[in-house]
Design a protein around this ligand. Structure first.
Ligand code: MTE
Length: 334
């Protein structure tokens, strides 16, 4: 029965390595205004991250070229600590690589992210297939430090690097018939073992969707990096969505296609278990998942002796999106 599936749900405490480093070096440096630009230089040179536990990584030229112009800390979550990079990059949901939290980090190294193209089609005046570097080339990257709340009950605070989805959508000129945006992840069973597994309950490609006004909201981000570096494969390289006021499963990874459509898209988790995972998936402490409460969350890293349980906030604390749902019954439209 569907209800027995282990969907974006089974959190295992043992899979989370407790971390003592809560405050990133970036935060400390930001306190000393003026030093920021200088500290970014090593990242721009591809020598490593600006956050305490980020290891050096080679980045493609298109990414390195964007770094000097990044608007750092464009959005921050106040005084909430950034999750250590190690936690954010080793405790993942990416079912294309398997159902366990450690599968993506151990199995995604072979994902080929260069070259990468994005098809934009459907109800737009200017459909087309774009090389990733061309798409990003015209954008100023921003660092947005967002809370990420998974429907399973854990959360993190992640510094993404990206640009508003709205700026891409405006360029392709949606027609008046475009009411929803549909997103599709890469299908590559050879490199994505979850896609060739006979046990997976998901249909591929992984599909997500937003109403067009949600997609155009300034908080909705297309990310190409995190922690001052390119996205690790397990976090959805080279291009992923981040919708911070919705449960994490809406933030689709490794996107190859964005379609403007008239009808509400049929999304992956909704198809698997429609009573458990709704299309809206707005973070809401008052609307419980059928099998567990959504009133609280476990802010990672956490452990047996420091469970780090905090209250969950409506829209994950992003009150500015409330107007999108005026008059909508959030319990019915979960
Ligand atoms: N995108 C794809 N293509 N496949 C997935 O399995 N999992 C989702 C979302 N995007 C998923 C996906 C879920 S359930 C969550 S919580 C977030 O990715 C997790 O993102 P993170 O691993 O970067 O923290």
């Amino acid at each position: 029965m569907l209800i027995q599936i282990p969907p974006p749900s089974a959190c295992r405490e043992s899979e989370v390595t407790p971390e003592s480093v809560y405050l990133s070096r970036r935060q400390l440096l930001d306190a000393a205004a003026g030093l920021v630009a200088a500290t970014l230089l090593p990242v721009a040179q591809g020598e490593g991250g600006d956050y305490a536990d980020v290891e050096p990584v080679a980045a493609p030229a298109w990414f390195r070229e964007k770094l000097p112009g990044v608007h750092w800390r464009a959005v921050t979550p106040g005084d909430e600590a950034v999750t250590p990079f190690k936690t954010a990059s080793q405790y993942n949901n990416f079912y294309e690589f398997g159902p366990n939290k450690t599968d993506p980090a151990t199995r995604a190294a072979g994902l080929v992210t260069e070259p990468w193209t994005l098809l934009v089609d459907g109800e737009v005046a200017r459909p087309g297939r774009h090389a990733l570097e061309d798409l990003v080339g015209s954008q100023r990257l921003e660092e947005r430090i967002y809370r990420l709340r998974c429907v399973e009950g854990w959360s993190m605070v992640i510094p993404w690097l990206g640009f508003p989805l709205a700026s891409l959508l405006e360029r392709v000129e949606p027609t008046s018939r475009a009411r929803f945006v549909r997103f599709e992840t890469l299908v590559d069973p050879e490199r994505m073992p979850g896609q060739r597994s006979g046990f997976s309950l998901l249909d591929w490609p992984y599909v997500e969707g937003l109403r067009i006004d949600e997609a155009m909201h300034p908080l909705t981000l297309l990310a190409v990096g995190m922690y001052g570096r390119i996205l690790p494969n397990q976090n959805g390289a080279p291009l992923r969505l981040v919708v911070p006021w919705k449960y994490g499963f809406k933030s689709i990874k490794s996107i190859v296609r964005i379609s403007l459509v008239e009808e509400r898209p049929r999304t992956t988790w909704e198809l698997v278990a429609p009573h458990e995972y709704g299309f809206y998936a707005n973070v809401n402490p008052q609307v419980d998942h059928p099998r567990w409460s959504q009133a609280r969350e476990r802010r990672l890293p956490s452990g047996l002796f420091s469970p780090n349980i905090i209250p969950t906030r409506l829209f994950n604390g992003y009150d500015e999106v409330a107007g999108l749902y005026a008059g909508l019954d959030l319990r019915e439209n979960f």
